[in-house]
Ligand binder design. Sequence first.
Ligand SMILES: [Zn+2]
Length: 175
Amino acid sequence: MKEYSSDFVYDIKYATDATFLNAKVYDCPACYMRLKTVKALIKANKDFEKRGFKIKIWDCYRPLDVQIKMWKIVPDPRYVADPNKGSIHNRGGAVDVTLVDKYGKELDMGTVFDFFGKEASHKYLNLPKNILLNRRLLKRIMVANGFKSLNSEWWHYDLKTAIADPISNAKWSCD
Ligand SMILES: [Zn+2]
């Protein structure tokens, strides 16, 4: 992603142990995805920038071996995609994102990343209006740029045309 645009903010969560896994599953932070996903995300980011925001990226492409590692830590399909089926993250077509303002401050989306509870769902409407508006803005622009939302996770978006793409296990270098 960094080769194509410098307009994103990164906080690659799985390169830290501060996630629900309590384990660092990436050796180093990196954000790779299919070129069509990159292009769609750059377009979405330009739309957000017109409104004074930009995308902060939490996760991108995820090698299948990492999916297996995550599944071993939390073998529950409610929280981790079964590596036998694979996630769109393993296909280079999914991103976990939020929005930041011009000062780099995250917009209030009501929950943290990987919060597994009903409050993270797009269907959960018992939230302050500003939070609902922030989520709606994220969804509207992402959907307008070819992404599909996931009901249970407000931060997760799949590029529609990548859903049936092959799973990959390519790794990035940490040198
Ligand atoms: Zn995701």
